[in-house]
Design a protein around this ligand. Sequence first.
Ligand SMILES: Nc1ncnc2c1ncn2[C@@H]1O[C@H](COP(=O)(O)OP(=O)(O)OP(=O)(O)O)[C@@H](O)[C@H]1O
Length: 798
Amino acid sequence: MDGCIAGVRERATWDQRTGRIRVRETSDRTSGTRAPDGQVTATPDHQPSGRQEEIGKEQLVVDTLYARLDELRAATRARLAGVRRGGPSGSPQNRSERDAFATLYEDRLAQLESVEERLTFGRLDLDDDTTRYVGRIGLSDEDHASILTDWRAPAAQAFYRATAAHPDGVRRRRHLVTRGRSVTGLEDEVLDLSSDSASQSSLSGEGALLAAMAAGRTSRMGDIVATIQAEQDAIIRSELAGALVVQGGPGTGKTAVALHRAAYLLYAHRRLLERSGVLLVGPSLSFLHYIDQVLPSLGETGVVSTTIAELLPGLVADGEESPEVARIKGRASWARIVQRAVRARQRVPAADQHLRIDGHDLVVRRSDVRDAIAKAHRTHKPHNLARVPFVREMLGRLADQYLAELGGPVAPEERAEVIDDLRRQREIRIALNLAWMPLTPERLIEDLFVKPHRLAEAAPDMSRADRAALARPQGSPWTPADVPLLDEAAELLGEDDQAARAQAKAEAADRAANLEYARQVLESSGAGGGIVGAEILADRFGGGGSRLTTAERAAQDRTWTYAHVVVDEAQELSAMAWRALVRRCPTRSMTIVGDVAQTSSLAGARSWASMLDPLLRDAWRQATLTVNYRTPTQIADTAQRFAAASGLPTSSLTSARDVPGALVLAPVPVAGAVGPEVVARVRAALAEFVGPDGAGRVAVVVPAGRVGEVREQLVEAHGSTPLLAGPAAALPGALAAALTVLSPTQSKGLEFDAVVLVEPAEILAATSGASDLYVAMTRPTQRLVVVHAQPLPGGFAD
Ligand SMILES: Nc1ncnc2c1ncn2[C@@H]1O[C@H](COP(=O)(O)OP(=O)(O)OP(=O)(O)O)[C@@H](O)[C@H]1O
């Protein structure tokens, strides 16, 4: 393809008067031809050229890229069909190889399908007169020459990092705006300081960025791959080793950055990460639902996402409890409490116990039990596994008593028979259980809450009041704060994994052979397309038809250890929850994003150092995000003033944009007038921000106890309108509707075009009220309407 690629310089700015983005255009005159190797060479062109002409030229390039994408899709489909045609015949080895290839091609196809939207979004014109297109995926032409650079590749880094002061070999950066497969706009930044039109903005791709920020919200978070900013890119590409804490105020892109970092790490360290997987921990299922499109849109599906409540496979923790009880359960001291509770089930009886077995007198002696317990402890195995040597030792000693009564020499087989016999005796089983009880984690933890003497024994330092607060009836549902305690117990109790170990040994030998074969296959066919490595393919060869992905296998296994863990809203996690996560990531390679000013959990972090130092010591580093991409200046400044007045530990924050009239204070004279005012404000917000295409979201954020009441008022006013989400309990679906009513905690991590905030003084008065109110104030992308009868908290007014 030959083409003259001329440049225009467009500058997009926020028009304060109209509240819209305005785009200015200047010509910058560059042209280029495409060489046979697929690289586009840019040369100065002194012919003035129009914007449409320029768009037309980019359209040709974009058409070429999509054509290549279509070709690759067709080729992969054909390969898949070929494998499927093979049918279910042949040896088991042949069948499992065919399944492995089918999965490989299905994954590749899914990846090629996922990049349809905005396949390419950027172009770099380099000092060496070459041009590089940047996109969601890397593509090469038939001659293996690169025609599109994956955004995660080192060669794409300059697209996000180059500035006029540090151009990094880039003369001009162009953002391509596309709709479907059509190019609809361009935005250029000249990074050559000697040029008149050198970019002055500290934001990269300002127009595209402003457009992304101003777009109507939907029920799902979108990716930011086309407009990642330099400070975000530095975090995304930060090295894999160690724990990276990303602190940043509301709307600084922490969630977005965490997800893009997961995608980047999977690309840059695929061999290391693909087998053990990446764990993503979010605050709630509704939040995970909100973000669950981002990674697939970046071509990644191999991430296990969960909440702390869902961490244990098969355990449902949907019970509720007061924040105060959750705080008590989150304390680090539970590590010792659970340990003591386990030890309390290994005890020397108060007196020797006399048993009569088959007409013989046997004594379960205190001294024997003491010795057997000590011997079992020396194995350093978990409780249930160490019970095996304990029982063996005790049965041996009892058998010796039994045989001594018989007198005379004893053959080893005879001794073994006696031991077997004794093992089956009910009285002996009871006596040994009393000394060393086999336990499940559920039984151990429930007993602590149900039997006050058990808790008193395991937690002698806990106050009476705290112990009383934990008491609950048997059979109560598990709560999220119980989960880390159950995990701690499971770790100390252990499971009998003998059979699993034997099987693993047999599988290891097969695997070595499969691995070698998989390497050869990938080398000779290039079939992986970068989405799968030899290790995974080898696992699939050996899978006997099992189609479980790494993510699926990991999600079913409590003891799975991940190569990397990403934690969002990390400030909410208790010390015990951190222990459960660190246990799942022995390398401590973690991305931890959060804001200690937004902590609402009483067990959560008020400072990263005090929460993480005890666990990670100095193996963590901190980065800070400083630009708020969500909230307009007026709202963000008010939130910052309020936070400062309330003593919250805020980070410094600058808003990326200003939207006139973003903050509206709506006082009403009496409490009874709040409801009607909310109804009227919601009606206006829906009319202004929700479009016929379904884009645009409005939330009413109310004091926690008033969600039901305000919802009723809205239902009454609007009828049972499909606009309004169901009751808050059905939250995962709540964001599908244009309007939703939430408590401040439920709104955490989410965002809306407009938020109607009800009675802030009442929100402030609740437990963790200051951080909850700070969270609620910082949810809107366009407008915050504050409806109040009570006086506004400090900092709301200038
Ligand atoms: N570089 C960017 N380009 C476009 N949009 C961005 C960029 N960075 C962040 N955003 C947008 O800003 C909004 C806020 O981002 P995000 O939710 O990740 O922030 P956060 O720091 O996690 O916020 P909070 O702490 O309030 O939950 C999102 O809509 C996100 O898509």
